[in-house]
Ligand binder design. Structure first.
Ligand code: SF4
Length: 337
């Protein structure tokens, strides 16, 4: 990060807390095809997080997203430590966040935190002032979910979980990848949105799988299997958007670009329930060096203004010859990589 103050107004601070994901088996898992960074220990990470958060807030940023990398609930010390810092720093600086979100595969939310007298992850997140939960739901049927994201994610009881989150006063957004053979048609989208709206979801977000225009060992060093799956299951995004525009179930609201025009977002209203329905695509790997696409903090504790540039001066990357061991350590039980 250079010394020049950066204007973060309107941009997100995305924080990858950890590389670890114990339960997800996502066939399209994008962290596995992006440059991987070494993971800092909890104490070092949280110290760097606090410093970066100050830079971000003082630069006008008001949207903090705790995400992965991996699965935030698989690093509870970092997750709750970061939320504590957010609460303390925003109070001290007298600023109010527009967004304070955790992106999660949802597997652990209703489970007790080890050593916390039965308190669940959801209980603790609510207690710490979380405003938004972003849940990964990548299919309509159990069969679809097992194939695209594995048994544990397919077993999440959303009919119980989502109303429980809403009762805590936390907004719920679902995040669903558009993939051929899974959620890939206007009929499936309509069915999914009706289901989600009925449970209390406020926003359904459907994402195209990442486009990776630059492909070499430096920019896409991870799993060739994941890369191939992504290429083989990409849906015709623009065609789907045209179908949504024609559908009587949705009302078009707006189209805008995000992340310095590398991504497009299409926003609709669901006619029956009124909830927001968004569709986004994103090409990653071509970020400009001098504009704040994000405040993007990685598990090594470094923050940069974009995601994927492999600048070894700024980030502590996993050496390419150690990628296999990295995948085994941070994706335990995945023989498919
Ligand atoms: S939940 Fe899925 S996409 Fe997210 S880190 Fe785990 S395997 Fe990857």
């Amino acid at each position: 990060m250079n010394c020049k103050p950066i204007n973060f107004t309107g941009t997100e601070m995305k924080v990858e807390l950890t590389n670890l994901c114990r339960d997800g088996r996502c066939t399209f898992c994008s962290p596995l095809i992006r440059p991987a960074v070494v993971e800092a220990g909890q104490e070092v990470f949280l110290q760097r997080f606090t410093d970066n958060l100050d830079l971000y807030l003082e630069g006008g940023g008001r949207k903090v997203i705790l995400t992965g990398g991996g699965e935030p609930t698989d690093a509870p010390g970092k997750l709750f430590g970061a939320l504590r810092q957010v609460r303390e720093r925003t109070e001290e600086l007298g600023v109010e966040l527009e967004l304070l979100a955790v992106y999660t595969n949802a597997v652990k939310l209703l489970r007790p935190i080890m050593g916390c007298g039965g308190q669940t992850f959801l209980d603790r997140l609510a207690e710490m002032g979380l405003k938004d939960l972003n849940l990964s739901v990548h299919g309509l049927t159990r069969k679809q979910k097992v194939v695209i994201s594995g048994e544990a994610m397919a077993s999440v009881d959303f009919e119980t979980l989502i109303p429980a989150i809403v009762r805590k006063g936390i907004r719920v957004m679902t995040r669903t990848v558009l993939a051929d053979g899974f959620i890939d048609s206007i009929q499936q989208i309509e069915e999914f949105v009706s289901w989600a709206a009925g449970l209390g979801v406020g926003i359904c977000y459907f994402s195209d799988m990442f486009q990776l225009p630059v492909r070499n060992e430096q920019t896409t060093p991870g799993s060739k299997t994941v890369m191939q799956w992504t290429d083989d299951h990409r849906t015709p995004f623009d065609g789907l958007i045209a179908d949504v525009r024609r559908s009587n179930a949705f009302v078009f609201v707006s189209e805008f670009t995000r992340h310095n025009a590398q991504g497009r977002t299409f926003e609709f209203r669901h006619g029956e329930s009124g909830i927001r329905v968004m569709f986004g695509d994103l090409a990653i790997g071509n970020e400009s060096e001098d504009q704040a696409t994000y405040g993007y903090m990685k598990p090594d504790g470094s923050m940069d203004v974009h995601n994927n540039a492999r600048d070894a001066n700024k980030r502590e990357f996993v050496p390419l010859e150690e990628m296999k061991a990295y995948l085994q350590m941070y994706r335990p039980g995945r023989g498919d990589l």
